[in-house]
Write a protein that binds this ligand. Structure first.
Ligand code: FES
Length: 109
């Protein structure tokens, strides 16, 4: 696994998020109470940009149909709905994050 520098710690304060383009992927970097996490930005359901969603503590809500993901693990914590149809949405991928000094690095295969 290769760790790639993506941002400085002061760019993403607690409760904030940032969209990162890395190796032909778009990732969502979040800061949850001082710890940084990275998941795929693209919702596994129909590709909604999770960055456009609401970050609430450790979860982000897809702006398209309301599925809720844990930004720490990428797991779905609540399936969204289209009109009255309940969705079954897959988990999104989580990536390891490490801090070196003031650099934020994301691990890629
Ligand atoms: S695109 Fe995210 S829940 Fe449908």
């Amino acid at each position: 696994m290769q760790y790639i520098k993506v941002a400085q710690t002061d760019e993403v304060k607690p409760g904030e998020k940032k969209k990162i383009s890395l190796n032909n992927k778009v990732l969502l970097l979040t800061n949850v109470q001082g710890t940084y996490y990275a998941i795929d930005n693209k919702c596994p359901h129909m590709g909604g940009s999770l960055y456009e969603g609401k970050l609430d503590g450790g979860t982000i809500t897809c702006p398209k149909h309301g599925s809720v993901f844990d930004v720490r693990t990428g797991k779905v914590v609540k399936n969204g709905k289209i009109v009255f149809i309940n969705l079954k949405v897959n988990d999104t991928k989580a990536y390891p994050v490490k801090i070196e000094g003031t650099d934020i690095l994301i691990g890629m295969e």
